[in-house]
Design a protein around this ligand. Structure first.
Ligand SMILES: Cc1ncc(COP(=O)(O)O)c(C=O)c1O
Length: 421
């Protein structure tokens, strides 16, 4: 059960409909982009990377923003109502819209995914040790440390680069209370195997789904797996609200607890039974999210075309491996990681430096491993020798630029640089 959208303004003052509008059919956009990419890759296949003149720097991502004119009326509404935060109308409407769009029962919005992770751990009353992946952004494990929990690192699967279920059971001790896997790059984890292990050992499962907006697996949203899933709407993510995040859950009573936790633990005006935080999303961020949602279809179609162009352009280059989508359903093309293997003429870092000299800035997500950082490296589970797959991935990975308005010529330039380092 979701909270009904609440609109304190009279009907006459209501600002333009928030229903999806003006969006070209996604398939048509995709076809057009694929043709454009094919032409540019073809024409450029003989050009030399060195022959290209200076261009604007290209970063691993460029946040997607809707036309400002679409956001402006919502800003005016905020100025008119003076409702800025505390679960206002845009907040409530975005929760409802995201729940429909993603196909999940309950969405609790947050100011970012890190706070959401900490509150998700609190909502499940976890104690002791939590099994997690070393191959992620530090926020995953930092949330455990902030919660007084001990991360236990387990190696990853070489195909998906997600937590390897075959290694989880050996890491379970009487102190283990949960598993915190990450759908890294939006690749679905082996959710069935993880659910089976959790059920057999009475463990909770929280997915760090920061990368997994819109990912579907086995006929429905990957966010429906586990006890809780946490999304990030940071500027770098597929769907952004500048900063933002959310917890997805199945149970309305759990959503109620989470809503209290993100409001300092308040239960009514004078009662504070829980140690919460301020995790609320503001009306400004929620309003932006509503407008962003109108464009998510075309944004994903652009990413899909870029992903396809990279795969086509990089096919057959010795030593370069692209990750295949591990899910049975829709990917979100959030990242384009390649693994630079020993058959490639130069090492990953040399390629990274060559790109930087060209004004292109890929990122080595996730190097170093979380377990290599000073606050983790003395943990018994943090030794690199016990995490060989993760260590190799961290040494080889390079995430190439991918974002909706990345132009075909730049994709061709990036492919040429890899083909002729
Ligand atoms: C895997 C993962 N978890 C958590 C986070 C934290 O998200 P936020 O920046 O919304 O706090 C990120 C952010 O990039 C991430 O990549």
């Amino acid at each position: 059960m979701r909270t009904a959208p609440l609109d304190p303004t009279p009907e006459a003052d209501r600002l333009p409909s928030l229903a999806p509008q003006g969006e070209l059919p996604v398939q048509a956009v995709l076809r057009r982009l694929e043709q454009e990419f094919a032409q540019v890759l073809d024409a450029a296949s003989e050009a030399s990377p060195q022959a290209e003149g200076a261009a604007d720097p290209v970063y691993v991502t460029r946040p997607f923003l809707p036309p400002f004119e679409e956001f402006e009326p919502l800003l005016r509404q905020i100025w008119q109502t003076r409702i800025l935060t505390n679960g206002g109308p845009f907040h409530q409407e975005l929760e409802a819209r995201l729940s429909d769009h993603l196909g999940v029962p309950q969405v609790a919005l947050f100011n970012n995914a890190t706070t959401a992770l900490i509150m998700a751990l609190r909502a499940l009353d976890l104690t002791g040790e939590v099994i997690t992946t070393p191959y992620s952004f530090v926020a995953t494990s930092h949330a455990l440390l902030w919660s007084g929990l001990t991360p236990v690192f387990v190696d990853i699967d070489p195909e998906t680069l997600n937590l390897d279920p075959a290694r989880i059971e050996a890491a379970i001790t009487p102190r283990t209370s949960a598993i915190l896997p990450v759908h890294c790059y939006g690749q679905p984890c082996d959710v069935e195997a993880i659910a089976d292990i959790a059920a057999r050992h009475g463990l909770k499962v929280i997915y760090d789904a920061a990368h997994a907006f819109g990912v579907r697996h086995g006929g429905h949203s990957v966010l429906n797996h586990g006890d809780l899933s946490v999304l990030s709407f940071h500027a770098t993510k597929v769907f952004n609200t500048f900063e933002g995040g959310a917890i997805v859950c199945a149970d309305p009573a759990m959503k109620d607890r989470i809503d209290k936790l993100k409001n300092f633990g308040h239960d009514g005006e004078t009662s504070v039974p829980d140690v919460g935080l301020n995790g609320k999303m503001s009306e400004l961020n929620a309003a932006l999210g509503l407008v962003q949602l109108r464009h998510i279809g075309t944004a994903l179609a652009s990413r899909q075309a870029i992903d396809a162009a990279y795969r086509e352009g990089l096919r057959g280059i010795p030593g370069i491996r692209c990750l295949d989508f591990a899910g049975e359903g829709a990917a979100n093309y959030a990242y384009f990681p390649i693994l630079v293997g020993p058959d490639y003429p130069i090492g990953r870092d040399a390629l990274y430096d060559a790109f930087k000299r060209d004004g292109i800035h890929p990122r080595r997500y996730f190097h170093p491993l979380i377990s290599d950082h000073p606050m983790y490296r003395t943990l018994p589970s943090a030794q690199r020798k016990d995490l060989p797959v993760a260590a190799q991935a961290a040494d080889r990975v390079l995430c190439l630029p991918i974002y909706p308005d990345l132009d075909p010529a730049t994709v061709a330039r990036i492919v040429r640089r890899i083909a002729r380092p």
